[in-house]
Write a protein that binds this ligand. Structure first.
Ligand SMILES: [Zn+2]
Length: 91
């Protein structure tokens, strides 16, 4: 079975980020992840957002057709700085 045989069309993705202090952090997918999720035809992404008021989980939900990429992940910034070519799987 090749990657292109995996059916993800219409699937929802859930992303949760926990911080070192056990609070939830912002886990909105970065521009690279959004591109890959769109290639996979993911329908919606649920992602945690920072909650400075208390430790309850707050989240956003956005359709991949509407989500606006607004950041590059720290990992991808490091790869660019090191001039590492990023490999994106073929779907
Ligand atoms: Zn990412």
């Amino acid at each position: 079975m090749e990657n292109k045989d995996i059916v993800l069309n219409g699937t929802d993705v859930y992303v949760i980020r926990t911080m070192a202090n056990n609070e939830f952090g912002n886990s909105k997918p970065c521009e690279n992840c959004i591109r890959i999720l769109r290639q996979c035809q993911i329908y919606r992404v649920y992602y945690s957002v920072s909650n400075l008021e208390n430790t309850e989980l707050l989240y956003q939900v956005e359709k991949l057709t509407n989500i606006i990429p607004d950041h590059v992940s720290r990992g991808n910034k490091g790869l660019k700085r090191l001039n590492v070519i990023q490999r994106v799987p073929n779907f």
